[in-house]
Design a protein around this ligand. Structure first.
Ligand SMILES: [Zn+2]
Length: 410
C-alpha cells in the first residue's frame, strides 16, 4: 500500500470515528429531552429531573466544542505531516532513536494536555461547580496535574523504552516478549494500584470500627467472603459524586468506599452496595476482565508485529524513512476499527456483569436495599435517566438505572 493510500485511510478513519460519535451524542441529547417515563416517576422530583436534563445537555454541548476542536487540530496535524515534521525537528538534536521517541511522545503528550487544560478548567470549575459537584481547589488541580505528569513520565517512559528496545533488538518477535512484560505490568498494577499509586492522589484509610463495619462483617461472614480490606477513600476532596469499587485479587483484594457514599446512604444501603461489589468477586468478574484485557493486548501486539516495520506508515505521517515511533502512532490509528469492536464487546460483558452483581446483592441482602441505594446514587449524581439505547449499547459500561431496577424486579 502506498503512503498516500495509508494517509487517506487514516484520515477517513478519524473522520468516521468522530462523525459516528457526534451522531450518537446528538441522538442521546434528543432522547434526554423526552418527558419522564412512567417507571421513573417518583425517583426524581421534577426539579431534580430538570436539573439532571440540564446537566446532560450542558455536558454534551461542551463535548461538542472540546471534541470538535481536538478533532480539527489532530486531523490537520495528520494531513499536513505534523508527526514527521516534529520528528525532523528533533532528529538533529537527539540521535538515539529510543530517546528521540521518548522526547517525541513527551512533547505530543504535553502539547495535547496543555491544549486540553482550558477545557478541563471549564468542566471542573464552571460546569461541575454550577451543578454543585465540584470540591477541587485550584491548588489541588495543579498538584494533580503535576503528579499525573510525573507518574505518566515514569510509567509511560519505562514501558515505551522497553517496547522500543525490544522492537529494535528482537524484530517481529518483539510481540510476545512485550506481551509478557505488559502482562506482568498489568498484574502488578492490579495488585498495587490502591497501595502504591492511589495514595499519591487520595487518602485511603481502613473503615473504622462501628455500626457500618460490624454490618459489613456480619454480611461477609454470611456469604463466606474472606474480608481482609475495606477502605474509605476521600473522594470528597474533588467531587461530591459517590462511588465504590473492588480492586486487586488474592490477598490484595480490596473494597473501596467513597466517603461521599458513606455520608449519603444508610447502613443497609451501604451493605447492599458492598454486596454488589462482593458479587463481582464471587462471580469472577474481576479475574475475567483481567484475563480478557491480557488476551486483547496479546492479539493487538501480534497484529502490531505485522505492521510496525512497514516504512510506508512513517512516510504516510510525513517522515522520509522508517521511524518506529511514527509507526506506533499510525498503527494505533489503524487499529481503531478493531479497538472499536473490542470496546463494544467489553461493554456488553461489563453490563451483563453488573446485572449479575446486582442479582447477587439482592439475593443476599434485603432485596429492596440495593434498588433504593441505586436510585439515590442516580439522583445525587444527576445521572441521565433515559439515555438513548444506541448510545448505551456503544458507550455504557453499566446498564442505565431503569434497566437495573427492572432486572432486579424479576
Ligand atoms: Zn458493579
Amino acid at each position: 500500500m502506498t503512503p498516500e493510500t495509508i494517509l487517506l485511510i487514516l484520515i477517513i478513519l478519524s473522520i468516521a470515528n468522530y462523525g459516528f460519535d457526534i451522531v450518537l451524542e446528538a441522538l442521546n441529547l434528543k432522547e434526554g429531552k423526552k418527558a419522564l417515563p412512567k417507571e421513573a416517576q417518583g425517583i426524581y422530583e421534577t426539579e431534580k429531573y430538570d436539573k439532571s436534563m440540564e446537566y446532560q445537555a450542558v455536558q454534551t454541548k461542551f463535548g461538542f466544542v472540546s471534541g470538535g476542536l481536538s478533532f480539527i487540530i489532530s486531523i490537520l496535524f495528520l494531513a499536513f505531516g505534523g508527526f514527521g515534521w516534529l520528528n525532523s525537528v528533533l532528529e538533529p538534536h537527539i540521535i538515539d532513536d529510543a530517546f528521540r521517541a521518548l522526547a517525541f511522545f513527551g512533547i505530543l503528550f504535553i502539547a495535547s494536555d496543555l491544549m486540553g487544560i482550558p477545557f478541563q478548567l471549564y468542566s471542573t470549575f464552571v460546569i461541575e461547580e454550577k451543578f454543585g459537584f465540584n470540591k477541587t481547589t485550584p491548588k489541588l488541580f495543579i498538584l494533580d496535574k503535576l503528579k499525573g505528569y510525573g507518574l505518566g513520565a515514569i510509567l509511560g517512559g519505562v514501558l515505551l523504552y522497553v517496547l522500543l528496545f525490544l522492537l529494535t533488538s528482537l524484530g517481529v518477535q518483539f510481540w510476545w516478549v512485550f506481551w509478557l512484560v505488559i502482562t506482568l505490568f498489568m498484574l502488578f498494577m492490579n495488585m498495587f494500584y490502591t497501595t502504591l499509586f492511589m495514595p499519591l492522589f487520595n487518602k485511603l484509610s481502613p473503615l473504622e470500627d462501628g455500626e457500618l463495619r460490624t454490618a459489613i462483617e456480619v454480611y461477609s461472614k454470611k456469604v463466606n467472603f474472606p474480608l481482609t480490606n475495606i477502605f474509605v477513600i476521600d473522594g470528597s476532596k474533588r467531587s461530591s459524586k459517590a462511588n465504590a469499587f473492588f480492586s486487586g485479587f488474592g490477598k490484595k483484594k480490596k473494597v473501596v468506599l467513597y466517603d461521599t457514599l458513606i455520608e449519603n446512604h444508610s447502613i443497609k444501603e451501604l451493605v447492599a452496595i458492598f454486596a454488589h461489589e462482593v458479587g463481582h468477586y464471587k462471580k469472577k468478574h474481576i479475574i475475567g476482565s483481567l484475563v480478557s484485557s491480557i488476551l486483547q493486548t496479546g492479539a493487538m501486539l501480534y497484529i502490531m508485529s505485522l505492521f510496525i516495520f512497514n516504512e510506508n506508515l512513517s512516510v504516510a505521517l510525513g517522515a522520509n524513512n522508517l521511524q518506529l515511533h511514527l509507526n506506533l502512532i499510525a498503527f494505533t490509528m489503524l487499529y481503531t476499527p478493531i479497538s472499536f469492536i473490542t470496546g463494544i464487546l467489553s461493554n456488553v460483558v461489563s453490563r451483563k456483569n453488573e446485572f449479575e452483581a446486582d442479582y447477587f446483592a439482592i439475593e443476599s441482602t434485603n432485596p429492596t436495599d440495593l434498588p433504593l441505594a441505586l436510585k439515590k446514587l442516580s439522583v445525587d449524581n444527576l445521572s441521565n435517566l433515559q439515555p438513548h439505547p444506541t448510545y448505551v449499547f456503544f458507550h455504557y459500561s453499566h446498564p442505565p438505572l431503569l434497566k437495573r431496577l427492572e432486572a432486579m424486579k424479576r
